[in-house]
Design a protein around this ligand. Structure first.
Ligand code: ADP
Length: 630
C-alpha cells in the first residue's frame, strides 16, 4: 500500500465533513478513499469499493470515454470540472445511472499522483428543476394572466409574468418586470376595485376585484383580478400571486343586458309578466305600476283576472291556449283594465309565452288606447255630424227643388184664378166708361187689388220658404210700433173681406213699441187673418187680440168659420197639408208651416183650437226682450 492509503484517516475525517461525495483515485485509477456521502448515493460499502477500479462507478456507455479522459487527465493534471457543460452520469450498485456533477482536484503525495473527485448527486436538483420548468410551462400555457410580485422588495415589484399576461396587456415580460402593477391602471386610480387591492395588499390578504385596466396601446379592458399572498414558514408575506382575467366582453354583455333590463323596467308602456299556471303577476315594469296604480308588491299578490274583470279563469285560459299550443306566436286582445282607484281604461294587450327558470310565463305588453279610442270616437262623431249635415243639405236641396217644381205647378194653378179675375175686372173697368157706372168700376178695381195682394202673399210665402231653406234668413230685431204694423195688415185684410165680414181691432196697442222682427210679426198676422177671412163665411166676425206681457207678445186670431176637422188637426202645420174641408177653396198649404217655422226659430210657439163649423182660434206667442234691441 502507498503512503496515502496508509495514512488516510485524516483525509477521512476531513472528507466526512463535506456535504458532497468525495472519492480519491490513484494514478492506477483505483479508488483509494471514499467518504460516506459517496457510498450512500453509489449504494456500496467501503470495503466493496476500496482498491477497486473506479470504472465500477461509471455507466457502461461512458466507460471508454471515461478511461481516456482519466488517463489524459493525469497527464495534464488540471483542477476543475471533469467535463465542462456536459451532463455526467454515475452508476449505482443497483446498476441505475444517475446524473452527477464532478470536479476533479489533482494532487501529489510522496511523488504519486492522485485525483480527488468531488461528486454531487444531481438527481434531486434535476427533479426540482424539471418541476420548476413544468410549472413555468403550465403557467405560460394558462389562459389567465399570472403575475408574481416580491412583497419583500420595495414597492412590491413584478418578478414574473406569464404569456397570457403579455397577450392580455400588450406589454412584454421585459417591460413589466421590476415594476409595480399600478402601471396597468394608467391614470384611472379612483376605482373601488383599486382601493380594495391596496387594502388587501396592505393587510396581506387575498381578494378578488374587477378593475378597469389599460393595455399598452391605451385600450381599456376590464380585469377580474384575484390576488393571493404567499407566506413563508414564519408567516411573513413574501410574494403575491395575481391571476388576471380579461372580462371586457362579459362586462359589455352585462352592460347591454342591464341596458335592456332598464329599458324594460323604465318603459312607460306597460309590461306585465304573469305565471302561466297560477296567472299571478310575477313582474311589472314602471309603466305598468304607474298606469294601474298598483305597486309591484301589491301586484305580486294578485292574478291577472283582478285587472281583467270581464274574464273568468276558464275563459282566460281558453284565450291563452293557442300560444301554449304554439299555433299562434302572439295573441292580441282589446279590453279594459281596472285601476287601483276603481276606474277602467281601454287597452290593447299583446300576449306571448316565454319560459323563466323552467317555468312558463306570459309576457303581456299593454297599450293604453284611451287616446286612440277618443280619437276614433271623435272621428266617428265628426264623420257622423258631417254626414248628417250633408244629408240635411241634400234633403234641403231636394225639398227646394220639389218646392220649385210645386211652385211652378201651383203658380199655374193658384195664379190662374186671380189672374183671370184681374183680367175680367180690368176688361170690365174699361167698359164702364160713364160716371154712373162708377160704383161697378170701383168694385172691379177692388177685385183687382185684392187678387194682386193675394198673388203677392203667395209669392212672399214662397220667397220666405226659399230663404229659410237656404239658411239665408237672418232675423232683424228692431224696436217698432206694434199699432203701425197691425194697422197696415188690417187695412190690407179689409180689402179682401167677404160681404158682411168685419175685423175686431185689438185694444190697448196704440202706444206699444216692441223689440221683435217686424216683418215676421207682419207675416204671422197676414197669414192668420187671411186664413180666418178665407175659411169663414160672410157676415162673421174675425177677432184679433194682442196681449203684451213682460217677456212675450201674444197674438190671438179667432174666427167663426168652417173649422178644422179633428182628424186633420195634427197635420195642420205640415207643409202643403190642406184639410179635406177646404179642397174647393184656393190655397197652397204652406202659410201655416212658414208661420210656425219662423215663430219657433225666434223662440216662440203657435197653437190652435178648432171646432168644425164653429170656428178656429190661433194663438201665437213670441218672445219679447227689449234689451235685445239697443
Ligand atoms: P192654405 O193656403 O191652404 O190656406 P195654410 O198653410 O195657410 O194653407 O193652411 C193650411 C190649412 O189649415 C188650410 O188648408 C186649412 O185646411 C187649415 N186652416 C188654416 N186656417 C184655418 C182657419 N182659420 N179655419 C179653418 N181651417 C183653417
Amino acid at each position: 500500500m502507498h503512503v496515502f492509503e496508509k495514512n488516510s484517516s485524516i483525509f477521512h475525517l476531513l472528507s466526512e465533513a463535506i456535504s458532497d461525495g468525495v472519492v480519491v483515485v490513484n494514478q492506477e485509477h483505483e479508488i483509494v478513499s471514499i467518504n460516506r456521502h459517496a457510498l450512500d448515493f453509489f449504494g456500496y460499502t467501503q470495503e466493496e469499493l476500496l482498491e477497486k477500479p473506479m470504472q465500477i462507478l461509471v455507466p457502461d456507455r461512458f466507460q471508454q470515454v471515461h478511461k481516456e479522459h482519466t488517463t489524459n487527465y493525469f497527464k495534464t493534471s488540471k483542477i476543475g470540472a471533469m467535463v465542462e457543460d456536459k451532463c455526467l452520469f454515475g452508476r449505482r450498485k443497483s446498476g441505475e445511472d444517475f446524473p452527477v456533477n464532478i470536479s476533479l482536484h489533482p494532487f501529489d503525495l510522496y511523488e504519486r499522483n492522485y485525483a480527488l473527485a468531488v461528486i454531487r448527486d444531481l438527481t434531486e436538483e434535476i427533479e426540482i428543476q424539471r418541476n420548476i420548468d413544468l410549472q413555468t410551462e403550465a403557467m405560460d400555457s394558462a389562459h389567465n394572466g399570472i403575475v408574481i410580485t416580491d412583497a419583500l422588495l420595495p414597492d412590491n415589484p413584478i418578478i414574473y409574468v406569464n404569456q397570457a399576461f403579455e397577450n392580455i396587456t400588450g406589454y412584454d415580460r421585459s417591460e413589466a418586470l421590476n415594476r409595480n402593477c399600478r402601471f396597468l391602471q394608467s391614470g384611472d386610480r379612483e376605482q373601488e376595485g383599486v382601493r380594495m387591492i391596496r387594502n388587501c395588499i396592505k393587510a396581506g390578504k387575498s381578494c378578488q376585484v374587477e378593475v378597469r385596466n389599460y393595455k399598452k396601446d391605451g385600450t381599456l379592458f376590464w380585469n377580474e383580478v384575484s390576488i393571493n399572498p404567499i407566506k413563508n414558514e414564519d408567516g411573513i408575506v413574501t410574494h403575491f400571486i395575481g391571476i388576471q382575467n380579461d372580462i371586457t366582453d362579459r362586462i359589455k354583455t352585462e352592460e347591454e343586458v342591464n341596458h335592456l333590463v332598464r329599458i324594460f323596467n323604465e318603459s312607460l308602456n306597460e309590461i306585465f309578466v304573469i305565471e302561466a299556471d297560477s296567472l299571478k303577476f310575477r313582474h311589472a315594469n314602471f309603466g305598468a305600476c304607474k298606469n294601474s296604480g298598483f305597486s309591484l308588491g301589491e301586484l305580486r299578490d294578485m292574478t291577472v283576472l283582478d285587472l281583467l274583470s270581464e274574464y273568468s279563469i276558464s275563459e282566460f285560459r281558453k284565450l291563452l291556449e293557442p300560444i301554449f299550443r304554439r299555433s299562434h306566436a302572439k295573441i292580441t286582445l282589446e279590453t279594459n283594465l281596472k285601476r287601483k282607484d276603481g276606474t277602467d281604461y281601454p287597452v290593447e294587450v299583446h300576449m306571448q309565452s316565454s319560459t323563466k327558470e323552467d317555468r312558463r310565463v306570459i309576457i303581456c305588453i299593454v297599450l293604453d288606447v284611451t287616446e286612440k279610442r277618443n280619437y276614433t270616437n271623435r272621428l266617428e262623431a265628426t264623420v257622423e255630424e258631417r254626414t248628417r249635415r250633408l244629408k240635411e243639405a241634400l234633403s234641403r236641396e231636394i225639398e227646394l227643388n220639389e218646392l220649385k217644381t210645386k211652385f211652378l205647378s201651383m203658380v199655374s194653378h193658384e195664379f190662374k184664378t186671380p189672374l183671370s179675375a184681374i183680367l175680367t175686372s180690368a176688361t170690365l173697368v174699361g167698359k164702364y166708361g160713364e160716371s154712373h157706372n162708377q160704383e161697378k168700376r170701383e168694385k172691379h178695381l177692388q177685385t183687382i187689388t185684392r187678387e194682386v195682394k193675394h198673388l203677392n202673399n203667395i209669392l212672399n210665402d214662397f220667397l220666405s220658404i226659399e230663404k229659410f231653406e237656404k239658411g239665408k234668413e237672418i232675423y232683424n230685431l228692431t224696436n217698432f210700433s206694434l199699432s203701425k204694423v197691425i194697422d197696415e195688415v188690417i187695412y190690407n185684410a179689409n180689402m179682401i173681406l167677404k160681404s158682411g165680414q168685419r175685423i175686431g181691432y185689438p185694444k190697448g196697442v196704440d202706444e206699444l213699441v216692441i223689440c221683435q222682427d217686424e216683418k215676421i210679426i207682419s207675416l204671422v198676422l197676414i197669414n192668420l187673418l187671411y186664413n180666418a177671412i178665407k175659411y169663414s163665411p160672410e157676415d162673421t166676425l174675425i177677432d184679433l187680440q194682442v196681449t203684451l206681457t213682460s217677456d212675450s207678445l201674444i197674438l190671438k186670431v179667432s174666427d167663426e168659420g168652417i173649422g178644422i176637422p179633428e182628424k186633420d188637426q195634427k197635420f195642420i202645420f205640415d207643409r202643403y197639408f190642406r184639410a179635406e174641408n177646404v179642397l174647393l177653396t184656393q190655397g197652397t198649404g204652406i202659410g201655416l208651416n212658414i208661420v210656425k217655422t219662423h215663430i219657433e226659430s225666434l223662440g216662440g210657439s203657435i197653437s190652435f183650437e178648432s171646432v168644425e163649423n164653429k170656428g178656429t182660434t190661433f194663438t201665437a206667442v213670441l218672445p219679447v226682450d227689449n234689451n235685445a234691441c239697443t
